[in-house]
Design a protein around this ligand. Structure first.
Ligand code: FES
Length: 328
């Protein structure tokens, strides 16, 4: 059985064969749909079902049941059960196409016991190398790659990263820890659709766990000293006080963002911690009764993002004003 899929924005159509996902069918027929992970985790390929129905072999972790109930689907996992009309519209600012470069290590230093700061110089002619919030792939000799979000505002050449050491992680616990200034690394960028949506001008709630802070920092740095910057509330969830590797620097951002509030939230705080405790998403819920007037950016663990999405939608947030980037 084959189904006909029509893109609402362009009226172009393509055909999905039995068992084929919407994304597989689109790519096979040269239709561009945003996508990244292709296993249902990142949410980048989210589409709106205008007409028709889809099914999943397994319900994807990057979609909440509430989103599905509102007519959204993940194209990389959704298989048509009928002809479809879909909308894939989500305005993204212009940016360079991904390209390969050879980067030079400019600096490596520890930020915390398990987080490295890595600065790479990337020679590039492109005027805009990446959008704040996007990520780079570091290409490894065995053909695999590791992805890291840029942690600084778009800059023509020097890019900052926060590399969290993963136990048993060959790159993060091995190669990255041995990098020296002057070393060269093949890279590919930019990737990712997580970025600031200036057209969605509302007070910002930004929620990060761990090094999910990196793309949020990149976005906020791109808004610094901009008098049109909306009010920003940044919630950063970590386990212990020692994990808050940019705590002092973030507090200084208040001088460069129009209306900035910083709320660190610790899940395993010691007795001396006077700040917020618990899950970071719960701190947002404790502070804001109605989320319908906010643009919300979530970056960090899939568990936090799934919980936050469910709870925030129930608190009035709009799916169309909720942007997320999920990684482990
Ligand atoms: Fe579909 Fe990541 S590409 S969820």
């Amino acid at each position: 059985m084959a189904y006909r899929i029509q893109l609402l924005e362009t009226a172009q159509t393509f055909i999905a064969q039995a068992g084929e996902s919407v994304l597989e069918a689109a790519l096979r027929q040269d239709q561009r749909l945003p996508h990244e992970c292709r296993f249902g985790g990142c949410g980048t390929c989210r589409i709106r079902l205008v007409e028709g129905a889809v099914r999943y072999d397994e319900f994807p972790p990057g979609l909440t049941p509430e989103e599905a109930a509102e007519g959204y689907a993940l194209a990389c996992q959704a298989q048509p059960e009928s002809d479809l009309v879909i909308s894939a519209a989500r305005h993204l600012p212009p940016c360079s196409e991904p390209a390969r470069h050879v980067a030079t290590v400019k600096a490596v230093r520890p930020l915390a016991e398990d987080v490295l700061h890595l600065a790479l110089e990337v020679p590039c002619e492109a005027e805009l190398l990446y959008r704040a919030g996007q990520y780079i792939n570091i290409l490894l000799p065995d053909g695999s790659h590791r992805s890291f979000s840029m942690a600084s505002r778009p800059h023509p050449q020097v890019l900052d990263f926060h590399i969290r050491r993963i136990p048993e992680g060959r790159f993060t616990s091995g190669d990255a820890a041995r990098l020296q200034p002057g070393d060269r690394l093949p890279v590919e960028l930019p990737h990712g659709t997580f970025c600031y949506h200036a057209e969605d001008y509302r007070p910002l709630i930004m929620v990060a766990t761990g090094t999910g802070l990196a793309p949020i920092k990149s976005i906020l740095e791109s808004l610094m000293d901009d008098e049109d910057c909306p009010p920003v509330s940044l919630y950063w969830g970590m386990r212990t006080e020692a994990d808050l590797y940019l705590h002092d620097e973030i507090q200084a951002w208040a001088g460069r963002l129009c209306d900035f509030r910083y709320v660190p939230v610790l899940s395993r705080a010691g007795a001396g911690w006077n700040g917020r405790r618990g899950h970071v998403q719960d701190a947002v819920l404790a502070d804001v009764d109605d989320l319908s007037e906010h643009a919300i950016y979530l970056c960090g663990s899939p568990a936090m993002i799934g919980d936050a999405k469910r709870a925030f939608l129930a608190r009035g947030a709009s799916i169309d004003q909720l942007y997320s980037d999920s990684f482990t």
